[in-house]
Design a binder for this molecule. Sequence first.
Ligand SMILES: *Cc1c(COP(=O)(O)O)cnc(C)c1O
Length: 356
Amino acid sequence: MSWPPLREELKGIEPYGAPQLDVPVQLNVNENPYGPSPECVADIARAVSEAATTLNRYPDREFTELRAALAAYLGHGVTPEQVWAANGSNEVMLQLLQAFGGPGRVALSFAPTYSMYPEYARDSLTEWVAGRRETDFSLDLDHAHDLVKEQQPSVVLLPSPNNPTGTALPFDAIATLCEAAGDGLVVIDEAYGEFRREGVRSAIELLPEHRNLVVTRTMSKAFAAAGLRLGYLAADPAICDAIRVVRLPYHLSAVTQATALAALRHAPELLGKVDELRAERDATVDWLRAQGLAVADSDANFALFGTFEDRHAVWQGLLDRGVLIRETGPDGWLRVSIGTADEMMAFKKALTEVLR
Ligand SMILES: *Cc1c(COP(=O)(O)O)cnc(C)c1O
């Protein structure tokens, strides 16, 4: 055996993650460009200070207060028993695979999609199957339905809006897939849900009708708290109960719980720039199209555009001009996160120069 004695299938694999470079314009990981107000920062500091007085004790393992606050935030009649949270929705989804995937079971999605999904499958020894999307990145519902029937996955992972394409699922598709999946879980990953365009509905509305439907959300994107590491789901209470078997003891620290609760008290402020970002997104998509580029329709806070014979050269050209975007998605495409108006101006200027 070679050193270190790593699992065979992990040998030579690069860890997931975009380059974290200190450049003036960072548009690569879909963060909200607006930081919290001084009032919000002060409230978080007070809450963490209070939590620190009992740091010798383990935190509330069931994060009761936070579950109630997240349920209230979600609305639609979601109860605290229907809510589960962890350190980012990435951890929530890994826990789902640990509880509901495993050897002999299948996790299914439709490519191109979030590149972390196959990693949860690998790490939980679940077989990974990826169907395809149409050339405009929408879901071919007949193909999706048939593949679910054929593979009988124990977990279907579907982001809406999808990353890296920005594509939202039609509302009807969710019910169709929940029915096709039988007792398998259908996880609708709404990490970018708050950025949906007018009229695009959330899967949360369908929870009362499908006990196998799971909707995941995060405070990392629209909620402007990527540094907090707090993601959550809403689902049948039996699903939340099952996850408790695989979660690590006291996985949500007292500091995380206090910070998340304080941040939720400032929800209107933290979400206050969402409309502006949606408008900036639509303007960016229009601008890119006006440059003669292909752009995927986006319901998220990013746009996937292309296609380039040498996308790396375009990415590098932008970086040389102080603008960091993401080299991801199908060959030839690049993804830009939506930043402030100034940041988007810098992006447009740099891209114009690079393409000249
Ligand atoms: C960013 C993102 C998440 C959220 O990640 P966190 O762990 O909550 O920060 C989940 N799903 C998709 C598709 C994402 O792009």
